[in-house]
Design a protein around this ligand. Structure first.
Ligand SMILES: [Zn+2]
Length: 235
C-alpha cells in the first residue's frame, strides 16, 4: 500500500544527499498520509546509494508500530510521530545534521531573522529548544526530543506553520511542511540562512532586521490562507 508516498519519501531522502545536507546515512525524511493514520519514513541505516521506494517503512502514527516494510524505521521515528500528533498541519518532516544549523544548535542559540531571505520563509527567528534533561535522554530520548520541540513552540506561542523549523539544543535541525518535499526545501533554506546569519554576525554582531521588513517579505509570500499550499516556483 501507499506506493506513491513511498516513492515521494524515497525521492525526498535522496534529495537530502544531492542538496549536500547529509553524508553517510545521516538525516531522514517522512511524510504523513492525508488521513494522518500513517507516516512513511526512511529505513534505519540503509545506504542512500541503494535506497529504493520499497525500502520505506509505514508506521501507524498513533500506536508507533511499523505496519509495513522489511526494515526497521529510522531511529528518529518517535520524534517524527510526536510532531505529527501535536502539529496537525504538518504533512512532512526532515531531520539533518547540516553544519551551519547544527552550529546554532550546539551554541544553544536561535537562528535570528537578519534579512529578507530568512523572512521569505520563516516569520521570525528559528527557535532553539532547551537542553533535554539527563532523565529525558535516558528515559525516552527520541520521543522527548519531539516533546521538547512542541514545548518550545507552545511556550513561545509560535505557529509551527509560520516558522517551519527548529534547532534542538546540542543536536540539530528539524524542519517540516505540507509534505516531505516541502520539509526538505525548508531544511535547505534553514541551512542557507544559518550560514548567512553566522557570517553576518561575524561582520556585525548588532545586525537586526526591522519588523516592517520581516512583515513585508513574509506576508508577500504567505497570505492568510496560504500558510500551506505555497509553491516554490516563483522564487
Ligand atoms: Zn540527529
Amino acid at each position: 500500500m501507499l506506493e506513491e508516498i513511498k516513492e515521494r519519501v524515497c525521492k525526498a531522502n535522496l534529495e537530502l544527499v544531492s542538496s549536500g545536507l547529509v553524508v553517510y546515512t545521516w538525516g531522514n525524511v517522512s511524510e504523513a498520509t492525508p488521513d494522518r493514520r500513517y507516516m512513511v519514513i526512511k529505513p534505519s541505516g540503509v545506504d542512500y546509494a541503494v535506497m529504493q521506494p520499497e525500502h520505506m517503512v509505514v508506521v501507524d502514527i498513533q500506536t508507533g508500530k511499523a505496519v509495513e516494510g522489511d526494515y526497521r524505521p529510522s531511529s528518529d521515528t518517535p520524534t517524527h510521530l510526536e510532531l505529527y500528533r501535536q502539529f496537525p498541519q504538518v504533512g512532512g518532516i526532515t531531520h539533518t545534521h547540516s553544519v551551519n544549523a547544527v552550529a546554532f544548535a550546539q551554541a544553544g542559540r536561535d537562528i535570528p531573522a537578519l534579512g529578507t531571505t530568512h523572512a521569505d520563509y520563516f516569520y521570525g527567528g528559528i527557535p532553539c529548544t532547551r537542553l533535554l534533561t539527563q532523565h529525558e535522554v535516558e528515559q525516552a530520548y527520541e520521543i522527548n526530543t519531539g516533546r521538547v520541540i512542541v514545548e518550545t513552540f507552545r511556550q513561545r506561542n509560535i505557529d509551527p506553520m509560520a516558522i517551519p523549523g527548529v534547532v534542538v539544543c546540542n543536536h540539530g535541525p528539524f524542519s517540516w511542511g505540507k509534505d516531505g518535499a516541502t520539509s526538505v526545501y525548508h531544511a535547505v533554506v534553514m541551512e542557507k540562512v544559518a550560514e548567512m546569519a553566522i557570517k553576518t554576525l561575524m561582520l556585525n554582531p548588532e545586525s537586526a532586521l526591522p519588523q516592517y521588513v520581516l512583515d513585508k517579505h513574509y506576508y508577500r509570500k504567505h497570505g492568510p490562507n496560504a500558510y500551506y499550499g505555497q509553491t516554490h516556483a516563483d522564487e
